[in-house]
Design a protein around this ligand. Structure first.
Ligand code: SF4
Ligand code: SF4
Length: 691
C-alpha cells in the first residue's frame, strides 16, 4: 500500500479515523493473547526430557531453506502438495502486506521501508494475485474436503471424531481474511477514483480488481464505510486466526519452522535411552524409556504441536495398511489432545496417567516395524521411530512384553540368538563338507586373521532356507579373491532388532561381545548380507571397521571387472526389486542392487508402484518375525500383490528377513508356481561367469 493510498483511506472514511482507538485495542489484545497462549503451550516443553538439538546451526538453516521455505516434500502428493505450496508462497508474499495493513489503522502514513514508489506498486500487484491464489486454493480445498474426501483424512472410529469441521472452519477463516484484504484494497481504489484522484492500480483479474469493478457504481460514502468495515474484518480475523491456531492442527503454521530447524540431523541413528547418560552409567537410570507424557523430550512434544494432520505418514505406514492398530498420525494427534487437556490455558498442569493403557495401547506400539516410511513422508519432519522405541523401552522396563516375544528374548540372553541354538552350530552352514569342498570359509580368531569379516547374523546362520544366502555370499567373496572369514561361535546376534524392540541392556551385551570378537581377529573391513546387521554395525556400534552390504561389493566388482554375468537363466521371467527398509530408506542404498540386476544380460526388470524411499515394508523389522500382531492381512502378502500388479513374477530382495516374508506371502497369496523370490546374492552367485 502506498502512502497516498493509506492517507486516502483516512480521508474517505471518518469511520476509519474514529476507529483508531478500537484498532489499537485489537492490536494490543491480539498480541497479548497470542503471547500468553504460546507461553502456556511452552510449559510442557520446559518440563520435558532434554534433547540436544542446538548443534550445527548452518546445516539446520540449510534444512529450513530446503524443507520449510523450499517445501521439499510437498510435491510427493501432487494435488495437496501443489495447493500447500501455493498457499505457503501466498502467505510468505502477503506477510509484509498484512503487517502494513495492520499498521495503517493506527498510523495511516506508514509505509514499509523499501516499498514506496515503484517497488511498492509492483509489490501491490504481486500481492493482489497472491491473495487471489490463496482465496481460490481455500475454495478448492473446501470442495476437496467436502466432495472428493481423500481417504487419508478420514478418522477411523477408534481414534475419535472426524476433523473435517475444524479443517473447514480454518480454511474459511483464511478465505475471509483474503476477501477482507481484497475488499479493503478495492474500496480504497474506488474511493480514490470517485474523488477524482489517481486511483491505485489493481492487478487485472485479481480478486481486488473484480471487487473494484463490482463497487464502481456504489455511492462514495458506502464505499468509504466498506473500506473501513473490510479493514476491521481483516484485523479481527487476523488476530482471531493467530490466537485460534495454537488450539488445533493449524499451530503448525507457527511451529513448523522451529520443528524443521530442530529436526534430527542423523535420522538413522536411534536415540539413546537418555541424552547425556553414557552406556556405562545407564545402570544409574531409575526408569527406562517413556512412560508418562513428561518422559518425552521437548522436541518430541514440539513434533506433536507441529503435526498438520495431513495423514501422509499413515497413508504410507504398512502397519496401518494391513489393519494393525497403529496409525502414526494418531500417535501425534492423541498426544497433542492429551497436552491440551493436561496443560490448560488457566490453572496448574494436571498430572497425567501412564501413557500405555490410557493414550496408547500395547498392540499399537508393538505393531510398528520401524520401517521409517512415516518419517520419510512427513513434510514437517516429525519423528516416530525414536518415540515408538522409547515407549517400548518403557514397556520392557515394566516387564510388559508380548508373550510371543518372551522366548526369543530369553534365547538371545542365554544363547546370543533368538532361536536358542547352540553357539557352536553357528558355522554349520559353512562347515558342511559338500560346501567347504568348493569354498573354504575360515573361522577367524586371534591366531587366524583375515582382511574381511563376513558378519552373518542369526537368521542367515540358523535358518535352513537363509543359509543359502550365506553360502552365495561366501562364494561371491571367494570369487573376487577376498581374504575373508566368519566369527563362527564367537558371533552373537547383531542386536539390531533387540534394540528397536526396546531391550537396550540386552542389545549392549550382544554388541559388546561382537565388538570384542571383531577386534580380536584384526579385520580391516566387514561385509554382511543382512541389512539389519549392516545398520546395527554402521549406526549402533562404535569403533568397528567400515561395513558394506554385499550388494555394494557386487556392484563395485562389476565395475572393476572381477565379476561378470552370464545371460539370465529363464529369460521369460520378469524381475522386480523390493527395497529392504534397512538398506533403502535407512541407508539410502537404492542404486547398487538395481545396477547389479541391470548388469545381467537379458534380465527384464520392472519397478513396483512403491519402490525406493516409498518401498512397502515386508513386515520383518523390530523382532516382528516372532510377533503375532492383530491384522487383517500380512504385509508380505500385500507386497507380493504389488509385485504381481507390476507384472513381475520374480521378486528380488537383499535381506533374509524380506526373503522369509516374501516366500511365506507367496504361499499365503496362492501365487505358488506363479511367483518366486530370490536374494540378490543368490541371483548374482547363480549368474556369475566362472572360469
Ligand atoms: S506426522 Fe507429518 S505426515 Fe503425519 S499427519 Fe502429521 S504432518 Fe502429516
Ligand atoms: S516406522 Fe513404519 S510401521 Fe512404524 S509407524 Fe512408521 S510407517 Fe508405520
Amino acid at each position: 500500500m502506498t502512502v497516498e493510498g493509506a492517507q486516502f483511506v483516512v480521508q474517505v472514511s471518518p469511520w476509519f479515523v474514529a476507529g483508531r482507538p478500537l484498532f489499537l485495542l485489537i492490536h494490543v489484545l491480539g498480541i497479548a493473547c497470542f503471547a500468553y497462549i504460546v507461553a502456556r503451550r511452552l510449559v510442557p516443553l520446559v518440563r520435558a526430557e532434554r534433547d540436544p538439538r542446538f548443534n550445527q546451526p548452518l546445516t539446520r538453516l540449510a534444512r529450513v531453506l530446503k524443507f520449510w521455505l523450499g517445501q521439499w516434500k510437498h510435491p510427493r502428493y501432487k494435488t495437496a502438495g501443489t495447493l500447500h505450496i501455493l498457499v505457503f508462497a501466498g502467505f510468505i508474499l502477503l506477510a509484509v502486506r498484512a503487517f502494513e495493513v495492520l499498521i495503517v489503522g493506527i498510523s495511516p502514513n506508514f509505509v514499509t521501508p523499501g516499498l514506496s514508489g515503484r517497488a511498492g506498486r509492483v509489490y501491490d500487484i504481486v500481492t493482489d494475485y497472491a491473495a487471489t491464489v490463496v482465496f481460490l486454493c481455500m475454495v478448492f480445498a473446501v470442495i476437496r474436503r467436502l466432495v472428493f474426501k481423500p481417504a487419508r483424512y478420514a478418522v477411523p472410529e477408534r481414534y475419535g471424531k472426524a476433523h473435517t469441521a475444524d479443517a473447514i472452519f480454518l480454511l474459511a477463516l483464511i478465505a475471509i481474511l483474503m476477501v477482507a484484504d481484497s475488499l479493503f484494497e478495492a474500496a480504497k481504489a474506488v474511493a480514490q477514483g470517485g474523488q477524482g484522484q489517481p486511483a491505485e492500480m489493481l492487478a487485472v483479474l485479481s480478486l481486488p480488481w473484480l471487487l473494484q469493478i463490482a463497487l464502481l457504481s456504489a455511492p462514495l460514502p458506502t464505499v468509504g464505510n466498506l473500506c473501513a468495515g473490510a479493514y476491521l474484518l481483516h484485523e479481527v480475523t487476523f488476530y482471531f486466526l493467530l490466537c485460534y491456531r495454537p488450539f488445533g492442527i493449524q499451530f503448525h503454521v507457527e511451529t513448523s519452522l522451529f520443528n524443521i530447524y530442530f529436526a534430527k540431523l542423523d535420522r538413522e541413528a536411534l536415540k539413546p535411552v537418555k541424552w547425556g547418560v553414557s552406556d556405562e552409567h545407564l545402570d544409574q537410570v531409575k526408569s527406562f524409556g517413556v512412560k508418562t507424557f513428561e518422559d518425552f523430550t521437548w522436541k518430541h512434544m514440539l513434533d506433536f504441536y507441529s503435526c498438520a494432520d495431513c495423514g501422509r505418514c499413515s497413508d504410507n505406514c504398512p502397519a496401518n495398511a494391513v489393519g494393525r492398530p497403529l496409525s502414526p498420525r494418531f500417535i501425534s494427534i492423541k498426544a497433542r489432545d492429551y497436552t491440551f487437556q493436561h496443560y490448560p490455558m488457566f490453572g496448574r498442569p494436571i498430572n497425567g496417567k501412564a501413557l500405555i493403557g490410557n493414550i496408547y495401547s500395547d498392540d499399537e506400539i508393538w505393531s510398528c516395524t520401524t520401517c521409517g516410511a512415516c518419517e520419510e513422508e512427513c513434510p514437517l519432519l516429525v519423528e516416530y521411530v525414536d518415540k515408538i522405541v522409547d515407549l517400548r523401552r518403557g514397556m520392557v522396563d515394566d516387564g510388559n512384553v508380548p508373550q510371543s516375544l518372551q522366548k526369543p528374548l530369553q534365547a538371545l540372553q542365554s544363547r546370543g540368538n533368538p532361536y536358542g541354538k547352540m553357539e557352536k552350530k553357528k558355522a554349520d552352514w559353512a562347515n558342511a563338507p559338500e560346501f567347504q569342498q568348493f569354498c573354504h570359509v575360515k573361522t577367524l580368531g586371534k591366531a587366524n586373521g583375515a582382511d574381511t569379516l563376513y558378519f552373518v547374523d542369526s537368521i542367515t546362520s540358523f535358518d535352513d532356507r537363509m543359509q543359502s544366502i550365506g553360502r552365495a555370499t561366501a562364494r561371491i567373496l571367494d570369487h573376487i579373491g577376498e581374504n575373508f572369514g566368519i566369527l563362527g561361535a564367537a558371533e552373537r546376534d547383531s542386536g539390531h532388532e533387540v534394540r528397536r524392540f526396546g531391550e537396550e541392556t540386552l542389545f549392549m551385551a550382544l554388541r559388546d561381545a561382537n565388538v570384542k570378537a571383531i577386534k580380536s581377529c584384526g579385520v580391516r573391513r566387514i561385509v554382511t548380507s543382512d541389512p539389519h546387521a549392516y545398520n546395527a554395525l554402521r549406526r549402533d556400534y562404535k569403533d568397528v571397521p567400515p561395513v558394506e552390504h554385499i550388494s555394494q561389493v557386487i556392484a563395485r566388482e562389476l565395475k572393476s571387472g572381477k565379476i561378470k554375468f552370464n545371460p539370465v537363466e529363464n529369460g521369460d521371467s520378469v524381475y522386480t526389486y523390493h527395497d529392504p527398509c534397512y538398506l533403502g530408506r535407512h541407508n539410502q542404498i537404492y542404486e547398487d542392487p538395481r545396477d547389479v540386476l541391470d548388469a545381467i544380460p537379458g534380465l527384464k526388470r520392472v519397478e513396483m508402484g512403491r519402490s525406493r524411499d516409498r518401498s512397502f515394508c515386508c513386515g520383518g523389522g523390530g523382532l516382528m518375525l516372532f510377533y503375532e500382531p492383530k491384522e487383517d492381512q500380512r504385509m508380505g502378502v500385500k507386497r507380493v500383490q504389488m509385485a504381481a500388479e507390476a507384472g513381475a513374477n520374480v521378486i528380488v530382495t537383499a535381506c533374509p528377513f524380506c526373503m522369509t516374508n516374501m516366500e511365506d506371502a507367496i504361499k499365503v497369496a496362492g501365487l505358488e508356481g506363479k511367483m518366486t523370490a530370490i536374494d540378490l546374492a543368490e541371483l548374482a552367485d547363480r549368474q556369475m561367469a566362472r572360469p
